[in-house]
Design a protein around this ligand. Structure first.
Ligand code: WQD
Length: 338
């Protein structure tokens, strides 16, 4: 069976993808520098996967380190997760975001080329759509970046398109994630942001488990049913399955593609809060505060391209996303910290 390299392998989405790939019969080699994840994830992957994970500690920007990885392992395809991903932070630290996110991508692609490996899955984001002109969002919608993080995803996709145009041997898949939430049903791996969570669900789970006093709801004056922001939340295990489907297509059929990985359904902040309180049995106190700069009112996917091209669609609804998020947080009140 094919061997898949995962960069950013001990991160939230990558660790779930690791398990899904193993269950689908792929061999997996993980690479991470633990700059934004915990080594404890490897112990959990061993426990859940039933065998020691094949792992290399390396910075994807380190050419010598990545060359060593490709010398020690015969890689058939790469899924590139490794990137900084905080929108607000990217505005404050553009140099670090361009250097890491684009420098890492370029180094991984150059190393792959030296070793004749030309199958590449890119972790992209709905952020490339900016403030959508119409909903649901199709892959041919206008693309625009409203922050350096989003720009690194836009430019990353363009690099891969140019690479494929220059050398048809390259087959690439750009997967545009909407809002990943939830956790593996075991409750042994999940989202563990460092410091104050930027994203809604981890903040909600930290309020419910008592680590935070209340949730700030960023605005209730949007043109949405209840005035709060609407997003397409997708279970991280559905997202992981989307990567398996994308890799099977890349390895079995010619051609590159870009698809949305979302459910096609939007939920408001207050709907998420209500669903989570019901699923967890815990109150989630909140206060309405002014809008967060850069937020859009509503964003949800048209996932039909992924369904027709990959035979993939999301299976889990909001209730399951909340119950799985809660199980992870309740069992790991301080995340992966000992
Ligand atoms: C969701 C909704 C907030 C926190 C970002 C990135 C995107 C991707 C996913 C990387 C919005 C509201 C949030 C809080 C709140 N990341 N909210 N209080 O902004 O849709 O997308 O994360 O790929 O690129 O842009 O996700 O979870 O931050 O916000 O009210 O404490 O929850 O206003 O309506 P977002 P989010």
């Amino acid at each position: 069976m094919a061997t898949i390299l995962l960069t950013g392998a001990t991160g939230y989405i990558a660790s779930h993808t690791w398990l899904a790939l193993q269950a689908a019969g792929f061999e997996v080699v993980g690479v991470d520098d633990f700059s934004n994840s915990s080594p404890v994830v490897l112990e959990r992957l061993h426990e859940l996967g039933g065998r020691p994970p094949v792992f290399e500690r390396a910075d994807v920007c380190d050419a010598a380190a990545m060359e060593g990885v490709f010398q020690r392992h015969r890689i058939d395809a790469t899924v590139h997760f490794a990137a900084f991903k905080a929108v607000g932070e990217s505005t404050a630290k553009p140099l670090e975001y361009y250097a890491n996110n684009l420098g890492g991508l370029l180094n991984v692609c150059r190393t792959m080329r030296r070793h004749g490996c030309t199958r590449f899955v890119f972790s992209s984001s709905a952020t490339v759509y900016g403030d959508p002109e119409s909903l649901p969002i199709r892959e041919d919608a206008r693309l625009t970046a409203t922050n350096p993080y989003g720009q690194t995803k836009l430019v990353g996709e363009q690099i891969l398109r140019d690479l494929g145009a220059a050398d048809p041997a390259w087959q690439t898949a750009c997967l545009r994630y909407f809002n990943p939430v939830g956790a593996h049903e075991s409750g042994r791996i999940g989202e563990d942001p460092r410091g104050t969570p930027n994203n809604l669900m981890p903040y909600v789970t930290q309020v419910a488990v008592g680590r935070r006093e209340f949730l700030q709801v960023f605005g209730d004056d949007y043109p949405t049913p209840d005035g709060t922001g609407v997003r397409d939340y997708i279970h991280v295990c559905d997202l992981a399955d989307g990567h398996v489907a994308a890799l099977r297509r890349l390895l079995d059929a010619p051609g590159s593609f870009t698809v949305n990985l979302g459910t096609g359904r939007g939920h408001s902040v207050l709907e998420v809060v209500t669903a989570f309180a019901r699923a967890s049995g815990r109150p989630v106190p909140y206060r309405i505060v002014p809008r967060r700069p850069g937020d859009v009112a509503a964003c949800w996917a048209d996932p039909s391209q992924a369904q027709s091209l990959l035979g993939w669609q999301a299976r889990h609804g909001l209730e399951r996303m909340c119950t799985d998020s809660w199980r992870w947080q309740q069992n790991n009140p301080r995340g992966f910290e000992a």
